[in-house]
Design a binder for this molecule. Structure first.
Ligand SMILES: Nc1nc2c(ncn2[C@@H]2O[C@H](COP(=O)(O)OP(=O)(O)O)[C@@H](O)[C@H]2O)c(=O)[nH]1
Ligand SMILES: [Mg+2]
Length: 339
């Protein structure tokens, strides 16, 4: 259900009838949506702040606890989605606002409750003409949201080169529904967009960022993980698009610029699993940081065998230490809940 407020669509909280700002997650199959959500939960549980993520219904709560446990305790990725799943959570927490009034400064805490929807399609949606029902549902989900998390997977793009196809198909239809139906003349969508470049822990992504001299370190990070600042995220995205398999990915960047307001787009370089940290040294090591490894285990006779029980035949080597996964959600949350 939707209603129109300040010219923007907001989803209705079915329980209370109040309107809620909503974030939709969107990205090609395999781009890391399910893993990112589980990582978000882990990151929120690890930090001392007031934010948390709670399920809006039992299925969504169960999904989150299962995936979080699988990732953090069992060190396995979620299995690929087979059917169209629709899950809803709330990101709840407080932000502090500073106010200066009559020479006095005060701080007020503002409570937020932001809906997060994940419509997890099994594949083919928007990328080709299959799955019309999924496509319509995904589109409705995007139209109703005010913030979008778009996941761009550079590894998949490098191999399959289909990000532009996927993005453009959905954007063109979203624009048709939102812009054609509203009295805006600038031809841009009202949404805020967080572009998340996923899998930063992967060798190819880290090496590209290193080659571009975009790596920085956060002095407060005890593990000394390299990072790419949000300001440099676009440059990395551009470069990853340039080397993509199809050569069309640069159009993805243009499509984003064309359909969204410039000041409502932000790029985040993220990793759900983070880098490997040697338990002995407890710091990042540029010569040994890969946290995703082939799942090989031994049969009863001691023979090595590939891990069919692990999604994609890979497993997580060490601890899961998400990088930059809370930030896009909190940024979006703050942008869309501004009255
Ligand atoms: N290196 C790396 N691989 C990841 C990460 N997140 C997901 N993956 C890989 O991407 C695959 C697909 O992730 P998934 O969350 O199921 O994608 P979804 O289809 O968009 O929900 C996983 O099975 C992993 O192999 C990450 O943070 N780093
Ligand atoms: Mg999934």
């Amino acid at each position: 259900m939707t209603n129109m407020r300040n010219g923007r669509r907001t989803a209705l909280d079915a329980g209370s009838g109040r309107s809620q700002p909503n974030i939709a997650m969107w990205g090609a199959p395999g781009s890391g949506k399910t893993t990112l959500l589980a990582a978000l939960n882990i990151a929120l549980l690890r930090q001392p702040g007031s934010w948390s993520i709670v399920g809006a219904d039992p299925a969504s709560t169960g999904f989150l606890t299962d995936k979080t446990t699988a990732l953090s305790r069992d060190k396995v990725f979620p299995p690929a989605t087979q059917v169209l799943d629709n899950y809803n959570w709330f990101l709840v927490g407080q932000s502090e606002q500073r106010r200066a009034r009559w020479f006095r400064r005060s701080r007020t805490a503002r409570a937020h409750k932001i809906g997060i929807n994940l419509l997890d399609p099994p594949g083919g949606v928007f990328g080709n003409r299959q799955g019309v029902t999924s496509q319509q549902e995904l589109l409705r989900n995007l139209v109703q949201s005010r913030g979008i998390v778009f996941l761009f997977d550079p590894i998949r793009e490098n191999e399959d080169g289909d990000a532009f196809e996927y993005l453009h198909g959905a954007l063109a239809q979203l624009a048709e529904q939102v812009i054609a139906g509203a009295d805006t003349t600038d031809g841009r969508l009202p949404h805020h967009l967080a572009v998340c470049i996923t899998k930063f822990d992967d060798y190819k992504v880290l090496e590209t960022a290193k080659r571009l001299r975009l790596l920085t370190a956060d002095p407060e990070d005890p593990f000394g993980f390299p990072r790419v600042s949000n300001e440099d995220g676009k440059e990395l995205f551009q470069e990853l698009c340039r080397v993509s398999a199809s050569g069309n990915a640069d159009m993805a960047l243009n499509a984003i610029d064309r359909f969204f307001h410039k000041d409502r787009i932000r790029y985040f370089v993220t990793s759900s699993i983070g880098f490997y940290v040697n338990p002995r040294t407890k710091v990042f090591d540029i010569d040994d940081y890969e946290n995703l490894v082939p799942a090989v285990f031994r049969t009863a006779s001691g023979q090595p065998t590939s891990g069919a029980k692990f999604a994609n035949g890979v497993r997580i080597r060490g601890e899961v230490r998400p990088i930059n996964v809370m930030e896009p959600m909190l940024w979006l949350g703050q942008q869309i809940s501004t009255p």
